[in-house]
Design a protein around this ligand. Structure first.
Ligand SMILES: [Ca+2]
Length: 334
C-alpha cells in the first residue's frame, strides 16, 4: 500500500457520491473499486502512555481516523494505567470506535505529570474488568501469527512483561514499530545547526531492562528515534485543527490546553514524536529506514555498534508529509 493508493482509496468514496459511479457493479462480496478490503487493512495494536505528554493523543487521532488500520486493541502502558484506560475509552467513544478493546498494562512508578488527568477523569471508572494487555496481545499474536504490528508509543514495560511471559508468543508478532532511542541526534538538536549529539530518550531510559529484552527478542523491530521524531505542531496548524469543530478536534483542543497548562516545562508547541510510527505504518516512505545494530547502554543510550542489525531505524523523516497526513485526515471530517 503506497501513499498514493491510500489517497485514492480515501478519495474514491467522495468521488462516488455523484453519478460518476452509478453504473459500477456492486453486490455481496464484491468490493467496489477503491474500497478498502479486509486484506488491505493492517492489523495493529497500539501501546500508549497517553495522558502525560500530548503526542500520544494526536497519534491516536491519526490512527483512529484512517480506515487502512484494523485496530485490534489499544493498550494503556506505564504509570497510572488505570486512568489511562479511562482516557482511552473516552477518546475511542468520541472517535465512534467504542468497539475497540482497551486493555491495561502493568502499572509502574512514574514521575512525569499526568497533564490530561481531568479529561481522563471525565470517563467513569469501567464497570467491567479491563483485560490485561499482556494476555490480550499474546492472544492476538497467536490468533493472527505474523500479521499483527505492535505500535509502541510508551516506555516498553508491557513489552518486557510480554517477553518474560511468553517469548514464543511474542515472536508471533509481525513486528514492533516503536518511538524510542536517540542515535545521532538528541532532544537539543533542531535539525538546522550542527548536531549536538544523542541524548538518552525517555521511553528507553524509563525502562532500560525491557528495552534490552526488546532489542534482543528477534522480533522485527522498526525504530523511530529522536533523529526522526521531532515534529512540531506549530500555531498555524493548531489553529486550523482546533477551529475545525469536530468531536475529535474538540477533544484534542481540550487535552492540548490541559497539557499546556500543566506540563511543567513551559512548553506551548507540542512535539509529535508518537505520530511518526503511526505514519510509518500507513506509508513507510514517510520515514525510510536503515538497518543498524543498536546497543542499549546503562543510561538508556541507543548506540550503533558493529555486528548484525537488530533494528530498522529511521534517521530522517518526511516532516511535511507526516504532518500532512495528520492535518488532511482530521480536517477531512469537518
Ligand atoms: Ca508516548
Amino acid at each position: 500500500m503506497t501513499r498514493s493508493t491510500l489517497r485514492i482509496a480515501f478519495l474514491f468514496p467522495l468521488l462516488c457520491a455523484g453519478v460518476l459511479c452509478a453504473a459500477l457493479p456492486a453486490g455481496p462480496g464484491v468490493a467496489a473499486p477503491g474500497a478498502v478490503t479486509p486484506a488491505m487493512r493492517e492489523k495493529v495494536i497500539i501501546d500508549t502512555d497517553i495522558g502525560d505528554d500530548i503526542d500520544d493523543a494526536f497519534a491516536l487521532a491519526a490512527a483512529l481516523n484512517d480506515q487502512h488500520l484494523d485496530i485490534l486493541g489499544v493498550a494503556a502502558a506505564w504509570g497510572d494505567t488505570g486512568l489511562r484506560v479511562r482516557q482511552l475509552q473516552r477518546l475511542l467513544a468520541i472517535a465512534g470506535r467504542a468497539d475497540v478493546p482497551v486493555t491495561q498494562g502493568p502499572a509502574t512508578p512514574n514521575t512525569t505529570p499526568y497533564t490530561q488527568k481531568r479529561w481522563a477523569e471525565g470517563q467513569p471508572v469501567p464497570a467491567a474488568p479491563v483485560p490485561s494487555s499482556v494476555d490480550f496481545i499474546l492472544d492476538q499474536a497467536r490468533r493472527y501469527p505474523g500479521q499483527v504490528t505492535l505500535i509502541s508509543l510508551a516506555p516498553p514495560s508491557t513489552l518486557g512483561a510480554l517477553i518474560d511471559r511468553d517469548p514464543a508468543g511474542f515472536a508471533k508478532l509481525k513486528r514492533v514499530v516503536m518511538m524510542g532511542g536517540s542515535v545521532y541526534a538528541g532532544y537539543d538538536d533542531t535539525g538546522y545547526g550542527p548536531l549536538k549529539g544523542p541524548t538518552p530518550e525517555y521511553n528507553i531510559y524509563s525502562d532500560i531492562g525491557s528495552a534490552r529484552k526488546l532489542f534482543a527478542s528477534g522480533v522485527p523491530l522498526v525504530v523511530m528515534p529522536l533523529d526522526s521524531t521531532r515534529l512540531k505542531l506549530d500555531e498555524v496548524k493548531r489553529d486550523l485543527l482546533f477551529a475545525a469543530g469536530t468531536p475529535m478536534t474538540d477533544a484534542l483542543a481540550l487535552m492540548y490546553h490541559q497539557w499546556r497548562h500543566l506540563n511543567g516545562w513551559g512548553q506551548i508547541t507540542p512535539t509529535l514524536f508518537d505520530l511518526v510510527p503511526v505514519a510509518y505504518v500507513l506509508d513507510p516512505r514517510l520515514c525510510p529506514t536503515t538497518p543498524l545494530r543498536l546497543v542499549v547502554g546503562d543510561k538508556g543510550e541507543t548506540t550503533p555498534a558493529p555486528g548484525p542489525a537488530n533494528a530498522q531505524v529511521c534517521l530522517k523523516e518526511d516532516k511535511e508529509g507526516i504532518l500532512d497526513l495528520l492535518m488532511t485526515g482530521l480536517l477531512a471530517r469537518q
